[in-house]
Design a protein around this ligand. Sequence first.
Ligand SMILES: [Zn+2]
Length: 276
Amino acid sequence: MASERYDFQHGKFHCKILSDRTYQGPMDMAKMFPTAPPDELQEALRAYKIDPSNITFSYNCLFVATETQRILVDVGIGREQEGKLLSHLEAEKISPESITHVIITHGHADHIGGLTDAQGNLVFKNAEYWIWHDEWRFWHDEKNLKDLPPHAVAAVKKNFPAIAEKINLINKEREFLPDLSAIHVPGHTVGMMALKFESGERKLLAVADSFHRPFQIGHPTWNVSFDRIPEEAPKSRQKLLKLAAAENALVLPYHFPHPGLGRVKAQGDRWEWEPI
Ligand SMILES: [Zn+2]
């Protein structure tokens, strides 16, 4: 079995990418990317050597340690749903109680399910929590929930109340922890947040679900069918691509095949993905 834990040093940050879950199997790319012209989609699949009958769809949780902090970016789907984040932390001898900060990029079940255990108790008891302001508000307005899949609503109702007293809301792009900045990237959800870790010249961008498949780097206008605000998602992707290319950042999309890391290269007016 392929490794599910990936260590790397990013300047002063000790980083691990922990694979919470991996789907391996067929995926209907035309259905997932309904706005992609069929012939261009076929071409992109060929260029990126993607076989739709055997897609690897990972959940890449990012752990970042400094001398004083232990940060998690998203917490996977949860142990009840066979999420492995906690098992990986155990194997790395990192106790859940030692996590100091949990940053939630957006409120989907595969990113928040691990906040609580089967009994609804908080897993990362000593952490402070951060999320984009509009994202938090969206999931607390009942009228927004009525058309959503039941599993998505259930995940929010189980997990968000548990962190309500510990949540910090971010409403403008800023450095909210030392050398860690929030970037607002609405589109996939109303208030999705990407993160930039900076250590001198080295930048690491955790871009959450802005990109689901690597060919979207070359085709940032192609939305996935479940991007909530279709007109915003391409703008957010382009904003991230410009930033990533300009700063030669290491980029981590949550759902790329584990470990998911790569860099974005500008080629004229297009971008290309270089996995590492
Ligand atoms: Zn996701």
